[in-house]
Design a protein around this ligand. Structure first.
Ligand SMILES: [Zn+2]
Length: 441
């Protein structure tokens, strides 16, 4: 590379980081927490506010077919710059909502330019410390431009870092028509954090053959294996009587039965607190009720379907045992499917994963497979026929006040996406993936 080219590239990199940071800070300040209690899509109006901003921004930068659907999805199209026939359309997705687990109202992002590697303190909560000694990923980000929240909210890098990355990718491709790519689709989704992120996404309208979510963590990571997941509701009907007459009238206290069930759950190798890596678990997440009726919600997780079936059998067995011990009570156990390990479908054709690894490598990073002990929007998209691995965004400590992201990692993610668009143009001809019906490219 000549000296001038090097300089020009350097200048450009600085500008890309600035654009990324400016976008990220702006998006982070919009309150977009999703809420399971509301059945609408999106579940909360704040998400629509951000989506309208994104829609306007895409229109201004010159993206094609920009639209905000009635269910709160922003879609756009970047037409192919390559003249090759039969190039697959590649979609890049990110979600606009933040997790309900921790406050996302009034986020005040703090930028730590050229982070000095010391423990980070928070202006709105002096007791809180983000210590690189306890968070080795932070120690590795010394010298970078770090963003944190101010101490009382989450930051929302999950997944506004992804939104800023996808938006900067779109801008970069539009400004550089000399970059050869096939059709690129842009999509911003609502309600990922409450598991409804792709419920109302019309895959034919999206028009992609293959997709990537930008919702991962450490630089270089690609996730193409997720948990398989079920949810269970155990309802215990007891017999309520006046406690003074409970013995003669035979009270059956649903609360005691619920406690028995919880105590009987296998904890040793089957709880989130005692498992890691490829192990699954049974996890009670909510309990409510009284003497008369108590309901317990649980989630069941395992990478493999036989493991998940085993967990269903354990829970059902415990419920049957409890019922037998107290015939007057009525115990019901309802289990429903949530999502499945995307690897079941990706293994049939690993090209989306292999090309992503190649793109990561091409930007100078080491590709690393990450098995997600959770799900992504891609889990359900892949099951629906659109292969969708997940790519890193550079954020850490999501869903809490210690969340942070490095601008330089976000920039690496943009570079990976640009590479991906180019690599699909070079090697993707004839790839099928999802076959959208009646969509122009
Ligand atoms: Zn996320």
């Amino acid at each position: 590379m000549s000296g001038i080219a090097k300089l020009a590239r350097g200048v450009y990199t600085v500008r890309m980081i600035d654009a990324l940071l400016e976008r990220f800070l702006r998006y982070a300040q919009v309150e977009t927490q999703s809420n399971e209690a509301f059945a609408t899509c999106p579940s909360t109006p704040g998400q629509m506010n951000l989506q309208r901003m994104l829609q306007a921004e895409l229109e201004t930068m010159g993206a094609a077919d920009v639209r905000l659907t009635p269910h709160g999805y922003v879609l756009a199209n970047l037409p192919a710059t390559s003249k090759k026939a039969k190039l697959p359309a590649v979609a890049f997705l990110a979600h606009v909502d933040t997790a309900p687990d921790f406050s996302g109202a009034g986020v005040k992002p703090v930028v730590h330019r050229h982070y000095d590697g010391k423990p980070i303190r928070f202006p709105d909560n002096p007791k809180l410390v983000l210590d690189p000694a306890r968070h080795p990923e932070l120690a590795r980000a010394k010298g970078m431009d770090i963003v944190t929240a101010s101490g009382t909210t989450l930051l929302g890098a999950d997944d506004k870092a992804g939104v800023a990355i996808v938006m900067t990718l779109a801008e970069h491709l539009i400004r550089h028509p000399e970059i050869m790519h096939g059709p690129v689709k842009i999509c911003f989704t609502p309600d990922e954090e409450i598991g409804r992120g792709v419920d109302k996404l019309d895959l034919d309208e999206l028009g992609a053959n293959v997709a990537y979510t930008l919702d991962g963590q450490a630089p270089g990571e690609i996730c193409w294996e997720t948990f398989s997941a079920d949810a269970a509701w155990v309802t215990i009907h007891g017999v309520s009587t006046h406690p003074g007459e409970a013995k003669s009238q035979r009270m059956v206290n649903a609360l005691h039965l619920a406690a028995k069930l919880l105590a009987a759950l296998p904890r040793e190798h089957c709880a989130p607190e005692t498992t890691q890596a490829g192990e699954g678990f049974i996890h009670p997440v909510h309990i409510e009720g009284g003497v008369d009726k108590t309901t317990i919600k649980l989630i069941l997780r395992d990478f493999e379907l036989p493991g998940l079936a085993e967990k269903r059998a354990i829970l059902k067995g415990l419920c049957r045992g409890l019922q037998a011990s107290e015939p007057t009570a009525k115990i019901a156990c309802k289990i429903s499917k949530q999502y499945r390990n995307m690897a079941y479908w990706l293994r049939e054709d690993m090209r989306p994963v292999e090309l992503a690894r190649e793109a990561i490598q091409a930007t100078g990073l080491k590709p690393a497979d990450h098995r997600a002990r959770g799900g992504t929007d891609g889990s359900r998209l892949t099951e629906r026929g659109l292969p969708t691995p997940d790519i890193f965004c550079g954020g850490q400590n999501a869903h809490g006040p210690l969340e942070w992201v490095a601008a330089q990692y976000m920039e690496q993610a943009v570079r990976v996406c640009v590479q991906l668009a180019e690599i699909w143009e070079q090697k993707g001809r004839g790839y099928q993936g999802y076959r959208p019906k009646g969509v122009r490219k």
